[in-house]
Design a binder for this molecule. Structure first.
Ligand code: ADP
Ligand code: MG
Length: 681
């Protein structure tokens, strides 16, 4: 980078030691840091059209004083001055706090320009700034920075202004000419000037566009470069198998794969056959047929004389998967084992030996599968269901064992593409975005809580018809005690309502064994109605359950509601999801409406992202989402897609690694610390 820009900020006039320290505490050390400290919002001083402004906007308007100002004093020294101002043909009230001295200047007929917050209901402006005389409009838009006490906006603007004027010619262009021309992007110099001192809305938009693209491009370049770097280490295993044998299995399935399944399968097979280590995320809504694909991939692995493992979050799921995989592979002679913590003693010994010797070809279990004392003979593929419960640690365990199997993560939580390619930017992403034909859609209704009796009648009718139901109680975040209590209350209410049905209770305070016991009873229909907190969220399969009642549904995000809804509709009968909710906010109402309107998980996840923002998407713990300075994953997703494709092309091209045109980007990408950090997982 240019040396001038790495100069410390005290070279700027007016930045003495105290100010320097204050700026340092904002992580501003160099001229470059200062230039890249962007405003977090802008105030507009363009003259507003009163017919177009919205309640709460900060606006600037020009008009004539139309009444004698009235001043009211209160609380000792405080004052409130009100005056009527005529703007064109509209009369509004301007309110000034603690500026009673203005009274004298605001004479009838005087032209003033005021800036302040617009109150639509009162037709008034609470004035921040006033300029006697007409609008001069020297600077229409002004950046507002997030600063600390003791640094004034005006002051900070002056520092930036000076930095820009003194060092503008040192700002080096990071984007090659061809890219700038293709997308008609500002130069870096222009963009930095305009992001701090935009001439107008358009200028600002162009500045943002340019800087966002650069930010996303360099992020994506890092991701792609990292992947290539991982690949070149060449630790993967190349699988070779007789394809006709694999297609014998595919052709023997009782159904035809959907075209989405076929595409995804082709991608996975290509990964398996390549010498690189697969690192792929497979997304698909509940019931879209991921398990089938996983099974075929495991079979391909076995045909190549490797072992495969499938890891799932719970024991019940492990059992269910083991069973369905066993069924799918009945006509092959693959040896399959189930290894969970309830497999003990001799049986466990035998499985461990089988895995070590390579006699067992596919093993299904929980996370303990790849840890502890489990040794594999030749592990070639690890598949995990519900990817976000399997992370960095498990991958490290595998590496520590000297294993570099292909890894496939499956998730039914539809992750919006924007998030998938950022949060999981170092992975390939496959999607099954199509349901098998003839699947019945779950009918979804939204009911207010005062109509709960109707819900109970419906429940009763379904149970009389030999169906089963879930009743979900919301998680009460502040207190898991309340949470459990809530479920217990709902349970006893239902026990009273339905004395003839067996009603189960499931919540987070139960031990794993107790939970398992309840779930087993439910899956055998020894329990007809299961009251539960969201612990059932994880994919259990009880095809006979046809009703999902979700209490206080407005407390859940769309992704979670959809996930819960996916617990029903797994059999051949019509299923129902009933949202019991009295949402107060517009967002809440909107969410309920969307749920009743669509069964499309990806659409829902996009909406969720829009309504709640990316931070909320994965809940509190899960983040891994990079913090961008300017880019915003909700609004800049198009730019992200473009940047991703460009990055991919660049990384693949020799030109990127050799041409001086790319020097800046290359430096950003090959930055040591990035790779060091990444190597840890
Ligand atoms: P997921 O793991 O994505 O929830 P599964 O693989 O368990 O979905 O599939 C759900 C059900 O749909 C299973 O009973 C499976 O046999 C069936 N299935 C999968 N793919 C198809 C298909 N292409 N056509 C018809 N049924 C399918
Ligand atoms: Mg599944």
């Amino acid at each position: 980078m240019n040396m001038e820009l790495t100069k410390m900020i005290h070279t700027i006039n007016g930045i003495g030691q105290t100010m320097e320290e204050k700026l340092n505490s904002l992580n501003i050390f160099t001229i470059k840091d200062l230039l890249e400290y962007y405003p977090y919002r802008y105030d507009s001083y363009e003259l507003a059209n009163l017919e177009q402004v919205q309640h709460g906007d900060t606006i600037t308007i020009e008009g004539k004083v139309h009444s004698i100002p009235s001043v009211r004093y209160y609380g000792g020294k405080k004052s409130k001055l009100s005056v009527r101002i005529l703007i064109g043909r509209i009369l509004i009230t301007a309110v000034f706090f603690n500026r009673a001295f203005l009274q004298k200047s605001l004479t009838l007929g005087k032209v003033v320009t005021i800036t302040g917050k617009w109150d639509q209901h009162r037709a008034s402006v609470t004035v921040d700034k006033i300029q006697l005389g007409s609008f001069s409009g020297s600077r229409a838009i002004e950046g507002v920075y997030s600063l600390k006490e003791g640094i004034y906006q005006k002051q900070f603007r002056k520092f930036v202004y000076e930095a820009l004027s003194r060092y503008a010619n040192e700002i080096e262009e990071a984007l090659p000419l061809q890219i700038r021309e293709t997308y008609k992007l500002y130069t870096k110099k222009e963009a930095l000037r305009a992001i701090h001192f935009p001439k107008n809305e358009f200028d600002l938009k162009q500045a943002r566009r340019r800087l966002v693209y650069e930010e996303l491009l360099s992020f994506q370049l890092k991701m792609h470069a990292f992947r290539r770097f991982e690949r070149e280490k060449g630790k993967g295993t190349k699988k070779q198998f007789p394809e006709d044998k694999l297609y014998d299995l595919v052709n023997a399935l009782p159904f035809q794969l959907t075209s989405a399944q076929q595409n995804v399968l082709a991608e996975i097979i290509e990964d398996l056959q390549s010498p690189y280590q697969m690192n792929r995320l497979l997304q698909g809504d509940v019931g879209s047929g991921k398990t089938v694909i996983a099974t075929i991939a495991l079979y391909a692995t076995v045909l190549s004389n490797f072992q495969g493992a499938l890891m799932v979050p719970t024991e019940i799921l492990a059992e269910q998967h083991a069973q369905s995989i066993q069924e799918l592979l009945t006509h092959t002679n693959v040896s399959i084992a189930l290894l969970t913590s309830s497999v003990k003693g001799k049986q466990r010994e035998a499985i461990l030996q089988g895995l070590e010797a390579g006699d067992i070809q596919i093993v299904i279990g929980t996370h303990s599968l790849i840890q502890d004392d489990v040794q594999f003979h030749k592990l070639g593929l690890v598949i995990t269901d519900e990817q976000h419960r399997f992370g960095v640690n498990q991958r490290r365990v595998l590496k520590d064992k000297g294993l570099h199997p292909d890894v496939l993560f499956m998730t039914a939580t539809p992750i919006p593409r924007t998030l998938a390619i950022t949060a999981f930017g170092d992975m390939d992403v496959s999607m099954i975005n199509e349901m098998p034909v003839g699947r019945k859609q779950v009918e979804t209704y939204w009911v207010k809580s005062h109509d709960i009796e109707r819900v109970y009648r419906f429940l009763s009718k379904e149970v009389m018809n030999k169906r089963q139901a879930y009743v979900i109680c919301p998680l009460i975040e502040e207190s898991d005690k309340l949470d459990v209590q809530n479920a217990i209350d709902v349970h006893s209410e239902l026990v009273q309502q339905f004395p003839h049905f067996a009603i189960g209770l499931l919540h987070g305070r139960l031990s794993n064994e107790e939970k398992d016991k309840v779930m087993r009873a439910f899956s055998k229909n020894n329990i007809q109605i299961l009251v539960s907190t969201t612990v059932v969220e994880v994919g259990v399969n009880v095809p006979n359950a046809t009703v999902m009642v979700i209490n206080d549904a407005e407390r859940f995000g769309l992704a979670q509601l959809h996930q819960l809804r996916g617990r029903v509709g797994r059999g051949s009968s019509q299923s129902y999801c009933i949202l019991v909710a009295d949402p107060k906010s517009e967002d809440g109402k909107e969410r309920m409406r969307i749920m009743t309107e669509t069964n499309d998980g990806f659409l829902l996840s996009e909406k969720d992202l829009e309504l709640r923002g990316p931070g909320d998407f994965f809940g509190h713990k899960q983040s891994g989402i990079p913090q961008f300075k300017l880019a915003d994953l909700v609004h800049d997703y198009r730019a992200l897609e473009v940047a991703r494709n460009d990055a991919k092309d660049m990384i693949q091209s020799n030109v990127f690694w050799t041409s001086s045109e790319f020097e800046h980007l290359r430096n950003a990408v090959t930055n040591e610390s990035f790779f060091k950090g990444k190597k840890l997982d």
